[in-house]
Design a protein around this ligand. Structure first.
Ligand SMILES: Cc1cc2nc3c(=O)[nH]c(=O)nc-3n(C[C@H](O)[C@H](O)[C@H](O)COP(=O)(O)OP(=O)(O)OC[C@H]3O[C@@H](n4cnc5c(N)ncnc54)[C@H](O)[C@@H]3O)c2cc1C
Length: 354
């Protein structure tokens, strides 16, 4: 694959969209040159929690009211991708813990979506986090939500891309580079809008800053625990607690106010964790006006887009990679390609789809 006679493609960006798409293009036989200003571990993808969470995302913060099938389609591509990458996929499920009225509302929303959300047995709560069963009389469990470890998955994507003959370069891809490109260019540039002068669809992206906390700990949960206003999970030998949603902000500054807010959100359910000792990590998500990514051809010939993942970049990455690869290679992008077509936000596209 990607041999000397193979068609070339440039992918800009080393977050999960760029790497998953670069990998899919290499697997389709293309010679991939990936250029990124920020290495994978420092991207928004690198600081993310890695939840593949169609159920609780749809119930707590749906990207679009009818996005469930799309989110499920993204999730369902993960077992195959994780297998190809040789990384583990946590399918323990996710639990929700909180006041009765909040849990009742969540249960009703999952039921209305046709998703499984049922009271967790004590043993199941213990499987997610030791001590949970004895501390909380009730939890809502969904087997629909899974998780991937972002740093491990990004590293595995880099390795596999290189194994398939792809190259990775550190650098900024400029408007001049775009003018000069002799191969198709896939922009997986996250929230960065530097190239919007030539790629008008990028103008619709807006930033949502996210701050997430990590601290070491002896017995972090093995599954995801959602609480009102926060989530807690085990990652890198410690606890990860997230995350703020700061619309309109694109700076990477960690601030104490956000940390206090997140620790406060944890305090009701995990008072012993609402103490000092947390490190703040920051990433910026890119959001489109309809909450769904742009995946496919730009109105600018030779340019393809894989951007605008909002909160669900990890969940949707394999699906976006598949759609963009089909667009580059001239194949049919499948059921979701029209919905994610970047032309819906091109100038003159008319009314924006909801
Ligand atoms: C705190 C937090 C928690 C999250 N948790 C989850 C979660 O649990 N599950 C989930 O599905 N999603 C989650 N997300 C969302 C997810 O992380 C993002 O949707 C996803 O990371 C977006 O990936 P991306 O590849 O589009 O962009 P990014 O990861 O931001 O990568 C963009 C890349 O493009 C490069 N780039 C940009 N412009 C240029 C240029 N001109 N030249 C060269 N390189 C350029 C950057 O350097 C970088 O390498 C979370 C996000 C945050 C911030």
């Amino acid at each position: 694959m990607g041999g000397s006679g193979a068609a070339s493609v440039i992918v800009v960006g080393a977050g999960v969209f760029g790497l998953a798409t670069g990998l899919a293009l290499a697997e389709a036989g293309m010679k991939v040159r990936l250029v990124a200003a920020t290495p994978p571990d420092l991207t928004a993808s690198g600081v993310a929690a890695g939840m593949l969470a169609p159920a609780f995302e749809m119930a707590l913060d749906p990207p679009a009211t009818d996005a469930l099938d799309l989110l499920l389609a993204g999730r369902d591509l993960w077992p195959d991708l994780a297998g190809r990458l040789g990384v583990s996929l946590d399918r323990t499920g996710a639990a929700a813990i909180g006041p009765e009225t909040w849990l009742d509302g969540l249960e009703a929303r999952l039921a209305a979506l046709g998703l499984e959300g049922r009271p967790a047995e004590r043993a199941e709560m213990e499987a997610i986090s030791s001590g949970l069963g004895s501390r909380f009389p009730r939890a809502l469990l969904t087997p629909e939500d899974w998780r991937i470890e972002p740093q491990a998955a990004l590293q595995a994507m880099v390795r596999r891309l290189q194994d398939l003959g792809g190259t990775l370069e550190t650098g900024t891809f400029t408007l001049q580079d775009l003018e000069d490109a002799a191969s198709p260019v896939v922009l997986a540039t996250g929230v960065d809008r530097r190239l919007e002068g030539r790629v008008p669809e990028l103008a619709g992206l807006s930033p949502i800053k996210g701050q997430i906390l990590w601290r070491p700990g002896p017995s972090p949960p093995v599954g995801v625990i959602r609480t009102p206003g926060s989530y807690l999970l085990g990652s890198g030998g410690g606890f990860l607690a997230g995350a703020t949603m700061e619309a309109g902000r694109s700076d990477l500054a960690a601030d104490l106010e956000a940390q206090v807010e997140l620790r406060g959100a944890l305090a009701d359910t995990f008072p012993s964790l609402a103490t000092e000792g947390w490190v703040t990590r920051v990433g910026v998500r890119a959001a489109t006006p309809d909450g769904l990514p742009l995946a496919g051809a730009s109105v600018r010939p030779g340019v393809f887009l894989a951007v605008g993942a909002r909160r669900n970049g990890w969940l949707l990455a394999p699906l976006v990679a598949e759609i963009v690869t089909a667009a580059v290679t001239g194949e049919d992008g499948g059921r979701w390609a029209p919905r994610l077509d970047p032309s819906r936000f091109a100038p003159g596209a008319g009314e924006v789809q909801a």
